[in-house]
Design a protein around this ligand. Structure first.
Ligand code: FES
Ligand code: FES
Length: 295
């Protein structure tokens, strides 16, 4: 009796680009063929078909694999991502934009594989170091040899991603021109405000307050003058007090006496020819001797 033949077809469920898909067919059918021919995702390209060029790279549970070497039964129940998951032609993602801007895509045959390998690198937190990127992309060949542009694109995307994460909570950077404009407006407003405040203060001072201020000023002047008058009166009181008056009289008497003495000395001196000191004495002596001589 002949052994029963194994079923040539099988239903295999997978998740492709976040959509559940079911494949029914030979379980050893190549993944690239299922993606392109059964699911219609033609973004994935076939280069060598032998696992050499990396053009057919897709991500299986986040890991880059050559879809030309993987049978569909091997990825049953797993999540597969193709280049269609990155962006749409009208809305490219950051990496695709970087490829476009850096000239990383030339004929485009290797580009889907490059993009998927680079995506795995970036999502796993890869660095922007050129040598590391070259090593990661070593399994992807580019016949157009635009490797440097490809490496530049990947590095730029890594840097942008880091910068975006670092700057995430920060708001939109302030416009320096707007800032300076606002400052000048504030400055002008402040000046205006001060002027207004001054004006309004001046205008809003009530008349009664102005009168009160005038009264206070006049009272202060009077107090100042009164203090000055007290000082003058005190000074005059010093002179006119009985004790001081007596002292003043004595001083006056002394002065008068001294004046009289001086006057007398001058009179005596005028009758003598000698010096003021002793002249009167000598002259008096001479007059007395003359009188004695005449008698
Ligand atoms: S086509 Fe898959 S590695 Fe070349
Ligand atoms: S761009 Fe042409 S093979 Fe890479």
């Amino acid at each position: 009796m002949a052994a029963p033949r194994r079923a040539r077809t099988r239903a295999i469920d997978v998740v492709v680009n976040r959509k559940r898909r079911s494949f029914t067919g030979p379980p050893f059918r190549r993944l690239i063929d299922v993606l392109r021919e059964d699911f219609g995702l033609t973004g994935t390209k076939e280069g060598c078909g032998e696992g050499e060029c990396g053009a057919c790279t897709v991500l299986v549970d986040g890991v880059a694999v050559n879809s030309c070497l993987v049978p569909i039964c091997q990825v049953e129940g797993q999540s597969i991502r193709t280049v269609e998951s990155l962006g749409r032609p009208e809305a490219l993602n950051a990496l695709q934009t970087a490829f476009l801007q850096s000239g990383g895509a030339q004929c485009g045959i290797c580009t889907p594989g490059m993009l998927m390998t680079a995506t795995a690198w970036i999502e796993q937190g890869g660095s922007d170091d050129a040598d590391a990127i070259r090593e990661v992309l070593a399994g992807n060949l580019c016949r157009c040899t635009g490797y440097q542009h490809i490496v530049n694109a990947v590095a730029a995307t890594v840097r942008d991603r880091r910068g975006t994460r670092a700057k995430k909570p920060s708001p939109t950077p302030p416009d320096p021109l707007a800032l300076s404009r606002r400052k000048s407006e504030e400055h002008e407003g402040k000046g205006k405000g001060e002027a207004t405040a001054r004006t309004s203060t001046r205008e809003s001072v009530p008349r009664a307050s102005a009168k009160a201020a005038g009264r206070r000023k006049r009272a202060a002047t009077r107090a100042r003058r009164a203090a000055a008058g007290d000082a003058t009166r005190q000074a005059s009181a010093k002179v006119t007090s009985p004790v001081n008056a007596r002292k003043a009289d004595m001083r006056a008497m002394d002065t008068r006496e001294m004046g009289a003495r001086k006057a007398g000395m001058h009179t005596a001196g005028s009758r003598t020819t000698g010096s003021r000191k002793g002249g009167a004495r000598k002259g008096g002596t001479r007059q007395a001797s003359n009188r004695r001589r005449r008698t």
